[in-house]
Design a protein. Structure first.
Length: 250
């Protein structure tokens, strides 16, 4: 069972605004058709943007979400008449018609999730890999270019949580709840302190992995793979280029 976020301005719950989705066993969360809705939303498996009534707004929102580095599967919900307006520049992983039955909707959700996961390549069980960074959830350890990072428990949890959602912006309050828990009574300053310590341990070359979004919070920026030198001036046969693979959590 997956968690689906339906961005729509249609009134009523998902069972009324999109009956076929409401008939499935997935958990469906409904939010307004605007980018700010994602700031307060918990992590989801699929985002569906409703373009049945507001096609232009839906197109703009889909394109905006992709520019933020969103890696969550993105679907557009349109009418048959609106289908002709959908093109590659929307940046969606698939399109579903509002007339589609539950079986078709289920198939499109499953395929979209599978394609995005496959695009990230293979990974060891319990290991999140992004560029030169690897985070092992089973051993509570992290390595950067093979070098172990000496992290405290909360520093590890914060890095792991951000790496699980590359490109997604989290407010300090969200990170406090997800990493420290709802029963933690400290202030959001705690998040800033741990981010500062994390960056120091990542070092000047990699501290930008933890990106700051001004007036909002923090996000994980997928790092490039750096070349391994054979010696002075050596390249090790590797090209220094950005790793475009999506970090995968298995």
């Amino acid at each position: 069972m997956s968690v689906v976020l339906l961005l729509t301005n249609a009134p009523g719950p998902s069972a009324e605004s999109f009956p076929s989705l409401g008939l499935l066993t997935h958990t469906v969360r409904v939010a307004p058709l605007e980018a700010s809705a994602l700031l307060d939303a918990p992590p989801v498996d699929v985002i569906t943007v409703d373009g049945r009534r507001e096609l232009v707004i839906a197109r703009g929102l889909c394109r905006l979400l992709r520019t933020t580095g969103l890696t969550t599967p993105l679907l557009a919900l349109v009418t048959e008449g609106g289908l002709a307006a959908v093109s590659a520049d929307w940046g969606v992983d698939d399109v579903v018609l509002d007339s589609a039955g539950p079986a078709e909707v289920e198939a499109r959700l499953r395929l979209a999730i599978g394609r995005v996961a496959a695009a990230g390549g293979t990974a060891e069980a319990g290991v999140i890999r992004s560029g030169d960074l690897s985070v092992d959830e089973t051993t509570y350890s992290a390595k950067l270019r093979g070098r172990p990072l000496e992290l405290t428990f909360k520093e590890f949890e914060l890095l792991k949580y951000l790496a699980q959602h590359p490109g997604r912006v989290f407010t300090r309050a969200q990170l406090l709840q997800e990493v420290w828990g709802y029963d933690y009574y400290g202030g959001t300053r705690t998040v800033d302190v741990h981010v500062r310590r994390l960056r120091a341990k990542l070092g000047p070359e990699h501290e930008a992995m933890i990106g700051t979004v001004r007036h909002v919070g923090y996000k994980f920026v997928a790092p490039p793979i750096t070349p391994l030198a054979d010696g002075p001036g050596g390249s090790g046969g590797r090209v220094n280029r950005e790793d475009t693979r999506t970090p995968e959590r298995v």
